[in-house]
Design a protein around this ligand. Structure first.
Ligand code: LLP
Length: 428
């Protein structure tokens, strides 16, 4: 579900034609729909209402201040993984008591900043890190709460780069070590170990891996409680999928129906639940607009050469990810009713949609069936709101794209396009 639809042959974000935004702001340009962000958050909150979770939006998926602020206005907390994201979350107005902080490599200065901010929870990933947090907290005469990230050794069946819950990855500690961890550190007066954290991977297209991971976490919690430890928080992490192709991912309700019954007894006995969704909120709340610069034929291939490539959207070349791409202006015969790799339409042509950079890996789609495109056409790359702008680079000295937030009939540039001066601003 999102608010990007064709009306009279023209793609609209909410009530604004995409081509109006491109004319005003230029390309490449990320366009976010406020109503979609709000609706995605609402659906997760409604689906999990029985366990009343703290929903901490994963800032890494799309950290634009206006996007974060929109979610703060919905009541979301923030999941951060760096001092930079903590800064963003606070600048967006997130109350520190709703901020959770994960990441395997927290630096001393980042830990100190999080302590000074009085965030809700450190999600701790190793013994070394816990000792360091406890030391810094003691030095500052502070008390903080921590959840131990456990590695449940569950396969989320997703790309190997974004699989995090299997034992060969760098994340969390295995369940055997987790027991020893609580015995060794579970009574620290400055870093109070009060919970467990999971994040098994992203995107997770089935509910079973969550069921397996949550079961393991709850069983461990029972053991720890029996030993006299407090485990009052379970952070289930993120990873809910988003529809890159129409109808391909479970809905928030599907995840909730699988997970909530497992959690309910413990929640009724006082357990607090945290969720960290990123993609499921932001992905389909954003598109990337790019202008076709040239169409070129070589051998039996056709290339649509665009002004956005792997610099603006890394996912196709980095993860072999599918993003639906379609012209923003199209005749009645080519109005897409579903976003899919092989639309059932006649008259489509196969093109490689590529960027301007000097690498063969610089593409947005290979051999993609699309309506015929020409120089000057505006293309929309869908489901680009998550891990789009947040992973964009300035490779080939490309200024970062602009970002626009649409709200009904209005749109606002929420990050201006970078200039050439910006490119060299920190250099000498
Ligand atoms: N919590 C933790 C601890 C995480 O590491 C992540 C994502 C999330 C929550 C949010 O996961 P989400 O709900 O967005 O799936 N760049 C990759 C995705 C990397 C995800 C990293 N961690 C991509 O473009 O697919």
């Amino acid at each position: 579900m999102d608010f990007f639809n064709y009306s009279a042959g023209s793609l609209h974000c909410e009530s604004v034609p995409a081509h109006d935004i491109a004319s005003a702001v230029g390309t490449p340009c990320y366009v976010y729909s406020r109503a979609t962000l709000v609706e995605h958050h609402r659906r997760i909150a409604a689906a999990f209402a029985e366990v009343n979770p703290l929903i901490c939006y994963s800032v890494k998926s799309c950290g634009n201040l206006s996007v974060c602020r929109t979610l703060v206005e919905c009541g979301a907390g923030m999941d951060v993984v760096s001092g930079g994201e903590l800064f963003r979350a606070r600048a967006a107005g997130a109350p520190p008591s709703t901020i959770v902080y994960a990441g395997v490599g927290k630096r001393d200065d980042e830990i100190a900043a999080a302590l000074d901010a009085h965030i809700y929870l450190f999600n701790v990933e190793s013994e070394d890190e816990f000792v360091n947090i406890a030391r810094i907290a003691k030095e500052r005469n502070a008390i903080c709460e921590c959840a131990l990230r456990i590695n449940p050794d569950v396969d989320p069946h997703t790309h190997r780069f974004t699989t995090t819950g299997t034992k060969e990855t760098k994340f969390g500690v295995d369940i055997e070590r987790a027991r020893a961890f609580f015995r060794t550190y579970g009574r620290d007066p400055h870093a109070r170990l009060v919970g467990l954290h999971l994040h098994i991977g992203s995107p997770v297209y089935t509910t079973e891996p969550y069921v397996e991971a949550v079961r393991k976490a709850l069983a461990l919690r029972d053991e720890l409680i029996a030993e006299g430890f407090t485990v009052s928080v379970l952070d289930v992490g993120g990873g809910f999928a988003a529809d890159y192709e129409t109808g391909k991912s479970p809905a928030a309700l599907d995840y909730a129906q699988a997970i909530v019954p497992l959690l309910l007894p413990a929640v009724r006995a006082g357990l607090r639940i945290v969720l960290e969704p990123g993609r499921s909120i932001a992905a389909n709340a954003g598109i990337l607009l790019t202008r076709v610069q040239y169409v070129k034929r070589s051998g039996d291939k056709t290339f649509a050469i665009c002004d956005a490539g792997m610099n603006a959207l890394l996912r196709p070349s980095h993860y072999d990810a599918f993003h639906f791409i379609w012209p923003t202006e199209t005749s009645a015969a080519f109005i897409p009713t579903r976003r899919e790799e092989k639309p059932a339409m006649t008259g489509l042509v196969n093109v490689d949609v590529v960027g301007p950079l000097c690498e063969t890996g610089d593409y947005l789609a290979l051999d993609r069936a699309m309506p015929p495109v020409a120089r000057g056409d505006l293309l929309a790359i869908f489901t680009a709101g998550a891990y789009g702008m947040s992973m964009a680079s300035r490779y080939n000295s490309s200024p970062l794209p602009a970002e626009v937030l649409v709200d009904g009939l209005q749109f606002t540039t929420v990050r201006r396009r970078e200039t050439y001066e910006d490119l060299v601003a920190h250099e000498r």
